[in-house]
Write a protein that binds this ligand. Structure first.
Ligand SMILES: [Zn+2]
Length: 329
């Protein structure tokens, strides 16, 4: 009998990262195809062609193209109804809003069963299966990227809520008189801890308070290409202004984590996303704040850990979700 494969794909604003695993979760192949921001159908059609090439049966076989593919898992930023496959509001892909992803997958992948999930939920499921959440049942994940996403797992199941809007941790309001958020609200975690907010703050500091400093020089030198990675490299060299900037991010993150631990009492909290590569520059001040906020004595030393699976985490998680779905939940 031929090996059964599972496809996990993470739809980003510019590219689709995908992974093909065997039925034990072992990686058979991974790659990326471009995202067409205006068409889910064209994007998934292209993905289907590439996957078909990778797993196609020998040319003398009369099996159907996708005979070895057992199920498809798809992760996408936005409000997703996992039951119907409907994608509602999606910040990265406004051209895909109000489409039914399950229906498109069925059309492009010869009616293979599928599961669709919010990207941070998928990343959390990946960390739960193979990464920083192994062996845990109750988990919170906060993904610090361009914006800030969240995922919650209770007793081994992802929490999506009544209207599929649960775990929007990035829009937890920390200070009603804080900075304006991309969502239109004020003082959300994302308004401090997303890369857009961090870069904005760095530019503001360079302009207003810290002329003639290393931070100001870096901002000038990098211009539009300034990244949080540039800032973290400067901080690692001991630059006080950038150290303080990341410490502030960690402090705000700590408030969110403290609130979440008091509400959910998870086994651990996983911090992922590109900004989290700053590691202890952020996690240091986060970990310093949390114990004082947490009420339950045994929960005060809750592990706050970095994600382990990196940029492929949502694709890995989507493949794991597909495998679980196929196994009957
Ligand atoms: Zn917000």
């Amino acid at each position: 009998m031929a090996a059964e494969f599972y496809l996990g794909a993470d739809i980003g604003g510019t590219g689709v990262k995908y992974i093909i695993t065997d039925d034990q979760g072992g990686i058979f192949h991974q790659g990326e195809v471009p995202t067409d921001p205006h068409s889910a159908k064209r994007t998934l059609g292209r993905l289907a062609m590439e996957v078909a090439e990778r797993i196609s049966p020998p040319s003398d076989s009369d099996e159907a193209t996708f005979f070895r593919l057992a199920a498809v898992g798809l992760a996408c930023a936005g409000i997703i109804n996992p039951a119907s496959g409907h994608l509602g509001r999606s910040p990265n892909l406004p051209g895909w809003e109000d489409t039914n992803l399950k229906r498109i997958i069925a059309n492009e992948f010869q009616d293979k069963p599928s599961v669709v999930a919010n990207d941070v939920n998928a990343a959390l499921f990946g960390e739960f299966s193979f990464g920083a959440g192994r062996g845990c049942r109750n988990l919170v994940m906060i993904a610090l990227g361009t914006g800030v996403g969240g995922g919650i797992m209770l007793d081994g199941a992802l929490v999506v809520g009544t209207h599929n809007g649960a775990a929007e941790i990035g829009h937890m309001v920390l200070d009603p008189s804080g900075p304006t958020c991309t969502c239109g609200g004020v003082g959300c975690l994302e308004a401090w801890a997303g890369s857009v907010a961090i870069l904005k703050q760095a530019r503001l500091l360079a302009k207003v308070e810290l002329k003639e400093t290393a931070l100001a020089q870096l901002v000038l030198e990098k211009g539009e290409h300034l990244s949080t990675r540039d800032l973290s490299l400067l901080a690692e060299q001991g630059d006080a202004a950038s150290l303080a900037l990341f410490a502030e991010v960690g402090h705000r993150l700590g408030h969110a984590v403290g609130n979440l631990v008091n509400i959910l009492d998870p086994d651990r909290v996983i911090i992922g996303g590109g900004v989290a590569q700053a590691g202890d520059l952020i996690l240091g001040s986060c970990r310093a704040l949390v114990p004082a906020m947490v009420l339950a004595e045994e929960a005060k030393d809750i592990p706050i850990v970095s994600a382990e699976l990196g940029p492929m985490s949502a694709a890995v998680g989507a493949a794991c979700l597909a495998r679980q779905e196929q196994a009957g939940g």
